[in-house]
Design a protein. Sequence first.
Length: 450
Amino acid sequence: MSSNPVAETVASLMPRAKAELTELVAFRSVADFAQFPKSESEAAARWISEALTAEGFVDVALLDTPDGTQSVYGYLPGPEGAKTVLLYAHYDVQPPLDEAGWTTPPFELTERGGRWYGRGSADCKGGFIMHLLALRALKANGGVPVNVKMIVEGSEEQGTGGLERYAEQHPELLAADTIVIGDAGNFRAGLPTVTTILRGMTLVRVQIDTLEGNLHSGQFGGAAPDALAALIRVLDSLRAADGSTTVDGLDSSATWDGLEYTEEQFRSDARVLDGVELTGGGAVADRLWARPAVSVLGIDCPPVVGATPSVQSTARALISLRVPPGVDAAEATKLLQAHIEAHTPWGARVSTEHIGQGQPFRADPTSPAYRAMADAMAAAYPGETMQYAGQGGSIPLCNTLAGLYPRAEILLIGLSEPEAQIHAVNESVSPEELERLSVAEALFLRNYAG
C-alpha cells in the first residue's frame, strides 16, 4: 500500500483491531433463540454500544426491534453543515453448522495461514471493526469531516425484518445523504469492488400429507401414496434437467452486463468437486446476479440412521427463492406457491407457508458518492480500478432505506470475498482486506465531504 498518513494509522491500529474482533467473535450471537441463548446476542449488542461510546458517539442506544432483537445506534457529530453518512454492519451471525467441521473453534478468532478464522469474522462483525478503523484513522489525521450515524443490526441473518420495521416506524433516525453498507465483499481478494445489485429472497415452507399415519412399506408400498416421494417430485419440478430454476411464470432469461465471472474462477471459489457440472445455462454472472435461483434449504423426513420400512404419511421442506432486480419478491412468492400446488402429484394435500421475503436492490453507480469511492479504492489498492459486481445474497434493509430516503446514495462494500467462505464452516477474514478497506472507507469519507 502506498504510504500516506491514513494508511499508516490504520496499519498501526491492526493489532487493536484483531484484539477487538477476537472479543466480538467470542459472542455466540445467532439470532435464533431456539438454538442459542438470547443473552449472547444482548451481550454482543452491549459490547458494540460501549465501543461506540468510547469512540465519542452520542445518543448511543440499544433499539428493541419488533422481532425481539436489538440493533445498536450511535451518532458522531461532524463539522457544522457537514454531510451525513450512515455506516451499517450487523453483529448477528449464522449458526456454526457442524462445529466438528471447523479446524479451530468457530467462536474463537484464530490466525492460520495469514487469515483470521471465526464465525462472523467477515460477515459481519469484521464490517463493524472496519468502520471503527476508518473513523479512528480520520480522527488521527485531521478529524472526521462528516456527521456519522452508525447502525449495527442484530438479526440480519435471520431475515426477520426487525430493523426494517423499526426504521419504518422511526424514519428520521437513519436519514443520511449517503449510506455505506459494510456487508458485501470484493469480487476477489485484492480487487476493489462495490456491489451494485442484490437479489431479493423469499422463503416458503411446504408440507405434503397423504395418509393418516405411516404404513408398513411391505404391506402397503406400491399403492399407498408416499408423501416423501410426492415432495421429491415437487422439488424436482423446480429445476430443469440442466439445473436451471423453472418456476412457472418466472422469467429466467435475463443477462448481466457487468464484471465477468469465469466458470474456472467460480468452480474454484465455490469448491466444486472435480467432474461435477455447474447448474444452469448462460454466463455464470447471469445465473448468480441476473436470474432467479431456487434452493432447498431443508427437508423434514426420517434420517437414514434409525429409519424404519415405512411409507411416509407427511413430509416438509423449506425452499428459498432468490429473485433478481426487476422481479417483485411478493409476486415471485405467489408464483412459487402456485407452482408447488400445481406440481403436487396424486391429489396429495399440500400447504405452503410464506416465512419471509426481501426485495432485490439496484444501486446507481453514476452518483457522486460512487466517484468518491472509486478514487478512495484506487488509493487503497494501488494499481487497481474499482469494479462493479452483483451479489446473489440479500440485504433486505437496502430496499427499506432506499424507500425511506430516495435521495440517499447507497454503496455496498465489505470483507466477504470468496475465500472468506461466509455461512460455511471455517469462515475467515483477510487482515489485508480489512486494512485496505478501512483505508478506502476513511478516504471515501474525506473525499465525499468535499
